[in-house]
Every structure is written in C-alpha cells, then in structure tokens.
Ligand binder design. Structure first.
Ligand SMILES: *Cc1c(COP(=O)(O)O)cnc(C)c1O
Length: 400
C-alpha cells in the first residue's frame, strides 16, 4: 500500500468527499513494543478498542501475543487473523454456545466470570462428551473496583463485590487449573493510584478467601493523551503496579497481566473530515456521533484537531461540530480550536481516534463510508515519544 506523508498530502491529493481514516502502523507498533518490553508481566490487547485486522497484525508483529476478546465474533476474528495468538475470553457474561465454541474450536482456555452461575456455565460448556470436567482452565474472577480515578467508569456493570468474593474464589479454585483475579479501574485512568487502590481490594479478597492465586490481571485503563488530559508517564503506572503486585500474598511464580486497549491503539488512527457548512462557531462536518466521534458526542471527549488548508492563518478560536446525520444528538461540543477564518470546503484532521473511534463507525443515515490510508507522520500526541519526566513520588496526588 502506498504510504502518504501526512494528512495534508492526502487532502491535497485526493480532495476526499468522504471522511478518510488515517492509519499509523509505526505508532501502534511503538506502543506495543513499549508494553511488551516494559510492563512487568504479560500484556493482552483488549480487542474491542479497535478490532481492525491490520492493527491486530501490527501488534502481533511488535510482540503482543495475547488478546482479550469479549464476544464469539471477536474470538473468530482474532483466530482468523492471528492463528497462533493466545485468546482470553474476558467478558464475565457469555453464552454457553460461545464458551463451548471458544474452548473446543478456537483453543481458548482463559475465561473470566463474576458469578457462580457463570462458573457453572463455563464448567458445563467445557466438559468432555463423557461429562468429565476440563482440567486446563484458567479462570479469572472479576472483582468490582472503584472507577474514581478514571475518565470513563466501568464500575457499575461487572465485577463481584469484595464482600461476596470469597465463596466464588473458593468455588473457582476447585475447578480451575489456574485461578486469577481481574478488575478494571475504568478507562483513561489519570493516576497510577487507581491501580494501587484496586490492588488493595485484591489483597483483601485473597486474604478473605485464603486461596492460592496464580494470575493477577490489572485490566485496562492505561491512558492516552488528549487536550486537557495529560496523564503521568506510563512508566509510573508500571512501577506502581509492580510494587503493589510484589506486596500481594501470592507466590513468586504467579503471573501479572494487563489488558490495555486505548493505550495500544489511540495513536494508530486520525481522521480527515471536511467542513460542509459554517454557522458562526459551529462547523458542520462529514463525520460525527454515529461515525468515529462517538465519545466526542456522548461523553464530551475532546480530541486534538488541525486545519489542513494552507493559508488559513486566523488566530485559533473555539468551535463545536455537527455531524452529518439528521439527528440533533449528532453534536460534538468540544471546544475544538481551529483558525478563525476556517470555512466550508476546508479539511480538518482529528487526532488520537484509534481507540473507541475508528471502531465505532456505523452507516446510520447513509453516512459512514470512506477509506483508510496509511500515513508516515507522527500522531498529534504520543505517550511513547521523547522523554516524559516520571514523577513516581507524587503520583498519589496527581488527580486533576
Ligand atoms: C474495555 C476493556 C479493556 C480495555 O480498556 P482500556 O481502557 O481501553 O484500556 C480491558 N479489559 C476489559 C475487560 C475491558 O472491558
């Protein structure tokens, strides 16, 4: 595939009528190498953040061998793209048919759960034809933890409360070859303390249940950089997690896992959109809430932007966006800073859309077509370039 230098070159050469997704394989590979080399354990890519087959191959080539999948469709997809990958089925609510297919057809051995019913389902669905139970299961009990330090909560839906965890951990220990405890601190966790606090809950769960635990899985939540959200360097997170894991009552041979989604793919994509109309400080663009800008519309997430038209030199002003569909909810408040003299027909690049952006596009209302191209330049921001000062000592108070 031809690799364009950057977004301006693409807009200049193609003057695209539809939005264009830009891929930066080098940025995703750099993120993957960083996790593969520096996380003090195993890194599972959380496929839901961006299931693009091209991206899956980039991550695999850069050293990511394990994949956190949440549906049978994700299991089949990753198995088809990466025949040798280790797949971990980490959705705590699965159908019996999905578990059985994952186990027997696709070689999945790792499953998560947060109820006795799900444990019974997994045991039944993985039993041999003669009814004998599987002896090779790695089962991770999902513990509910606080999302207080994350930008997007994941605390209310999944996870067993600490107070109820002991019987489930003991029952799971009975049938598991390897017993794990997993959790998710919420997405875009802005301080390593989120993990330290969650690990304290893990400690209490282990002590309460008096079980031997083989896997500690700290989940996702590792942050990327967005306007107004500059987290501490990822090294700080890794150091805090490492220290917290070392102090748990578990054996030296137990494993530490993490499940980064956002952090591995945020820098992979940006998007070229065209301004179709300007109304004051509102720009009508050709992608939106039903396209790659779901989070910008629904949770007010801000993404970095730049105007791709040479000669627009007006001072930066604050704009909001309307997407192309007829739905009033197709509105992105921003603010997005663009030149004061921006006008209809101008192209804009929206950055850091690799996580929960490119993956979220729908064809609602006849929009959502468009191509993807590779570009060679750097993402608008990066967790993995240059030196970022670590500040392990003050990470406990680095809440905004
Ligand atoms: C969504 C999800 C992840 C990835 O979360 P990020 O915040 O994108 O890192 C990891 N694990 C599980 C179980 C998830 O549901």
């Amino acid at each position: 595939m031809y690799i364009h230098p950057d977004a301006s070159a693409v807009a200049g050469a193609l003057a695209p009528d539809e939005p264009v997704i830009l891929n930066r394989p080098h940025a995703a590979a750099r993120a993957a190498r960083f996790f593969a080399q520096k996380f003090p354990g195993k890194s599972l890519y959380a496929v839901k953040a961006n299931p693009s087959p091209e991206l899956l191959r980039v991550l695999w080539d850069a050293g990511i061998t394990h994949y956190d999948v949440a549906s049978i469709a994700e299991v089949r997809l990753v198995r088809a793209v990466l025949p040798e990958a280790v797949l971990c089925f980490m959705h705590p609510v699965k159908t019996a048919a999905a578990i059985a297919e994952a186990y027997t057809v696709h070689g999945v051995r790792t499953f998560s759960l947060d109820t006795q019913e799900e444990l019974d389902k997994i045991v039944a669905a993985t039993a041999a034809a003669d009814g004998s139970p599987a002896t090779d299961l790695s089962l991770c009990v999902r513990l509910r933890v606080s999302s207080d330090y994350a930008e997007l909560s994941l605390a209310s839906k999944f996870g067993i409360d600490l107070a109820d965890a002991a019987p489930l951990l003991q029952a799971t220990r009975q049938v598991a070859d390897a017993l794990g405890i997993c959790f998710h601190v919420g997405s875009q966790a802005m301080t390593p303390f989120a993990y330290v606090q969650a690990m304290e809950r893990v400690r209490a769960a282990i002590v309460d249940a008096s079980v031997t635990v083989d896997i500690i899985d700290v989940g996702g939540g590792f942050p990327s950089i967005y306007p107004g959200m500059t987290p501490p360097p990822l090294e700080d997170y890794f150091a805090s997690i490492h220290r917290a894991a070392e102090s748990l009552p578990i054996s030296y041979s137990s494993e530490l896992w993490c499940e980064p989604g956002r952090a591995l793919c945020a820098e992979y994509n940006s998007l070229i959109v065209r301004v179709e109309k300007r109304r004051g400080q509102e720009l009508y663009i050709n992608d939106g809430a039903y396209g790659a800008l779901y989070d910008a519309a629904h949770v007010g997430w801000r993404f970095p932007v730049r105007c791709l038209v040479a000669g627009r030199s007006g001072e930066a002003e604050r704009f909001s966006f309307y997407g192309p569909t007829c739905d009033d909810a197709d509105y992105m408040e921003g603010p997005f800073e663009l030149p004061a003299d921006i006008q209809a027909g101008d192209y804009v690049e929206i950055g850091m859309l690799g996580a929960y952006g490119a993956a979220m596009r729908t064809k609602f209302n006849g929009f959502g077509e468009g191509t993807a191209l590779d570009v060679a330049d750097e993402p608008m921001d990066s967790q993995y370039r240059g030196r970022r000062d670590t500040r392990v000592s003050d990470n406990v108070v680095s809440l905004r």
